[in-house]
Design a protein around this ligand. Structure first.
Ligand code: HEC
Length: 294
């Protein structure tokens, strides 16, 4: 029998299936821009034209066929093709179903006396069922063969993308240096967290000193800068010249300039704070009270 699906439904659905395949295949390789490539576009145009040609041939064959049929068969076919496509689709899905089950078969279980009606499944149900089978097949193979819908590969792609974004962000974010670093009160809290992570093992989290000297008193072993804050920043950046235990956190790239500014702000704030830790390491270095303010 002649296909009942008109070209304005047939062609768009055919094209969308191809588009979907394109999406599945190229998306996973981040090659979606190929979709707008001239070759792809002409491919779609050719497919559309071919579908049109097929449709017209089909129509011609149908007309030829009808001429050779008897009157009775002609009436039957016209009845089948009455109304527009959507009307016929509706009839096919719902009405035919009722007619179909008119003289329905009965199954006698025998042993329990129950008689079961062997109703045919409604068309919409059957077709939905086929659709899920087709979908699962596409999904299954794209999962096996392509990156599409594979959570591990999706994770990898997202991870690489994020790392690249971080790299770009860091490249474009100027890091503070000894020259442009200043004490900022709002950095103290985040500096405290970083100090606990990186420095507390040797200086205690309150800065009272352990392996490293007490950072809350006025005694300093190292004086590289005239300004107190810059001195702290410079020591964390360059490390100590006379004791390699205090390593060059900034120079080595272990801690970024912006984070050193935060840590320095914390160290500066605990050093300037009048409330000192109860137990602290005894003073080391020279007493310096006069720091210049830059
Ligand atoms: C492995 C142990 C260790 C770690 C970790 C460490 N330090 Fe030190 N730090 C020392 C020692 C030891 C000195 C003394 C250096 C010297 O004698 O010149 C010192 C000195 C300092 C000084 C100069 C004190 C002075 O009197 O001259 C500052 C400021 C300082 N550290 C801050 C920090 C900060 C901030 C961190 C975390 C980013 C940190 N340190 C991590 C061991 C450490």
């Amino acid at each position: 029998m002649r296909s009942k699906i008109p070209f304005f439904i047939m062609i768009p659905s055919f094209l969308s299936v191809i588009t979907f395949m394109f999406y599945v295949f190229f998306r996973s390789y981040n090659r979606m821009h190929y979709f707008f490539h001239p070759i792809t576009v002409s491919f779609f145009v050719i497919i559309t034209i071919l579908l049109f040609v097929l449709e017209s041939i089909d129509n011609l064959i149908f007309i030829k066929k009808i001429q050779s049929l008897s009157e009775e068969e002609k009436v039957k076919i016209f009845e089948e093709n009455e109304g527009n496509y959507f009307y016929r689709l509706y009839k096919f899905i719902f009405h035919d179903h009722k007619k179909m089950n008119h003289g329905v078969k009965k199954i006698d279980h025998g042993f329990d006396g129950i008689i079961e009606l062997d109703n045919k499944l409604p068309m919409w149900w059957v077709h939905l069922f086929y659709l899920t089978i087709i979908f699962s097949a596409i999904y299954f193979f794209s999962y096996l063969l392509l990156d599409f819908s594979n959570p591990y590969k999706e994770y990898d792609i997202a991870y690489t993308k994020q790392m690249k974004e971080i790299e770009i962000f860091e490249k474009n974010t100027p890091q503070t240096t000894t020259e442009n670093a200043f004490f900022k009160k709002d950095l103290v809290n985040s500096g405290k967290i970083l100090f606990n992570e990186n420095c507390a093992t040797c200086h205690q989290s309150d800065g009272s000193g352990n392996i490293g000297p007490n950072l809350t008193d006025d005694y300093w072993i190292n004086r590289n800068e005239k300004d107190l804050f810059k001195n702290i920043f410079s020591i964390i950046w360059n490390g100590s010249d006379n004791n390699p235990t205090m390593r060059a956190f900034g120079k080595s790239g272990e801690i970024k300039g912006n984070d050193i500014e935060k840590i320095s702000s914390y160290v500066y704030s605990i050093n300037r704070n009048s409330k000192k830790p109860l137990n602290s390491k005894s003073p080391q270095g020279k007493k310096i009270i006069e720091w210049s303010n830059v």
